[in-house]
Design a protein around this ligand. Sequence first.
Ligand code: B16
Ligand code: MG
Length: 214
Amino acid sequence: GIEACIFDLDGVIVDTAIYHYKAWKRLANELGADFTETQNEKLKGISRVRSLELILEWGGISKTADEQAVLATRKNDWYVDMINRMTPDEILPGARELLESIRAAGIKTALGSASKNAAVILEKVGLLPLFDVLVDGNSVSSSKPDPEVFLKGAAALHAAPAKCIVFEDAIAGIEAAKAGGMKVVGVGEQAVLQGADLVVGSLEEINIQTLQQL
Ligand code: B16
Ligand code: MG
């Protein structure tokens, strides 16, 4: 049976991607640069530092490490202003219900997010009590597609990776789950999320039975 379910945050539980996008776009524009929607997809699931490196690379801009630290902080300050205003209305469809039914079935839950702001976001939307363990950007050294974040979640819950199901909206996250030997449900578009064991448009489409059949 399933021993643990590990959830990505942004794009699965809440749509913080829109806030990341707004803040990165504002920063890029201030630098006289921009990025496309396709490029924005590549920012999903990866760390803040890596996201900035990519945006600078796409814009043909070079900055020292110190300057990059200042820019990343500026983006994060704008981002934090936006997430501090989040409410439970922003929980994505089906997320709360699925978390509740997983826990009611005696299965453990973990968060596996690249974000250093994960705990604040879960607190704001009122979902913190539904997670047994949080593994986020503060507790990992390698970011997705490295499987570290999910393997740490499994280990903290004493679950075998092969008996874990990961929920992910990003290509990097699906690769990370697969690299960790886990099952993965992609949340989003089939065309984007190839490699997932199952792709759904939203968590509303899933119940415990669907998961047990994976
Ligand atoms: P922060 P996830 C990821 O969250 C986002 O998808 C990604 O766009 C962001 O760069 C990363 O968190 C780091 O976030 O700047 O808040 O530390 O999808 O892994 O939950
Ligand atoms: Mg995500």
